[in-house]
Design a protein around this ligand. Structure first.
Ligand SMILES: [Cu+2]
Length: 133
């Protein structure tokens, strides 16, 4: 009879230890899942911060406005010509040379860092600058 009590006590003890070990492992798994989730969220937030933006430059009265813009790689600028004559958006470094008809617009995507000075070919006194970070 005493032997049976010892055996039952042993089984109960093994059961309790088994349960504790199982709970411990489960908690650890949950913690690392939470951590993974946070890393994933940070990534998504980082992507949002780096998302490409669209900016606008108005061409009016033979001027680019604003004539100085700072953008990030991947951003785009739409140049809208509000004058009644044709203008261009021409990079001095040869990166782009876009005619813009009256009332129309062109969009340029900036793919690499650097400072780009641009001007209008028919009206060289029209100048502007884009800094790409
Ligand atoms: Cu012009």
């Amino acid at each position: 009879m005493k032997k049976i009590i010892w055996i039952i006590s042993g089984l109960v003890l093994v059961g309790i230890i088994g349960f504790i070990v199982y709970e411990e492992a489960r908690t650890r798994e949950t913690d690392s899942a939470v951590q993974d989730n946070q890393i994933e969220q940070n990534k998504v937030m980082g992507q949002d911060q780096n998302a490409a933006e669209s900016m606008a430059v108005d061409i009016a009265n033979f001027k680019y406005n604003p004539s100085n813009l700072t953008v990030k790689v991947g951003d785009k600028i739409t140049f809208k010509n509000n004058d009644s004559v044709m203008h261009t958006v021409t990079a001095r470094n040869g990166d782009f040379d876009m005619p813009v008809n009256p009332g129309e617009a062109v969009t340029i995507v900036f793919e690499k860092t650097g400072t780009i000075d641009y001007y209008c070919k028919p009206h060289p006194s029209m100048t502007g600058k884009v800094v790409v970070n």
